[in-house]
Design a protein around this ligand. Structure first.
Ligand code: THU
Length: 134
């Protein structure tokens, strides 16, 4: 993926972070996922007073894309704190694996980011292959 596209995706994640609903953690996160056709869907974290009911930015972004009929993806960008490269949580990694999102862009800002492959951050994943009974 071109640097310009990476920066654009990070900019979208940053924009989405502004809408984060995170009154409990005070840790706003934004995410932007690019589908195979180049379209972009964004999400932010959405917390709940019943903490486990909270949703991460990545799964909200992917949910919007899925609801719009998208099934294949090129990359996802995530921005949390400007001091850290926010990494997807374990549950989000499982969801990223479900849709084979190949490239994970973890940013502090549009210009400061790290790139990871899904395989790198989630090796030996539990996949649908495991469910096939012989
Ligand atoms: N969070 C995300 O939205 N994405 C991540 O990759 C890490 C964590 C959210 C969940 C919670 O609302 C807040 O960040 C603190 O954990």
């Amino acid at each position: 993926m071109e640097t310009e596209e990476i920066r654009h995706l990070l900019a979208k994640a940053l924009e989405a972070r502004k809408n984060s609903y995170s009154p409990y953690s005070l840790y706003p996160v934004g995410a932007a996922v690019m589908a195979g056709d180049g379209s972009i869907y964004t999400g932010c974290n959405m917390e709940n007073v019943s903490y486990p009911a909270s949703l991460c930015a990545e799964r909200n972004a992917l949910g919007s894309a899925i609801a719009d009929g998208k099934r294949d993806f090129l990359a996802i960008a995530i921005i949390g704190s400007p001091d850290d490269y926010t990494m997807p949580c374990g549950i989000c990694r499982q969801v990223l694996a479900e849709f084979r999102v190949p490239l994970i862009i973890c940013g502090k800002s549009e210009n400061d980011y790290r790139l990871y492959t899904l395989e790198e951050i989630f090796p030996a994943a539990f996949t649908a292959d495991e469910l096939k009974n012989e």
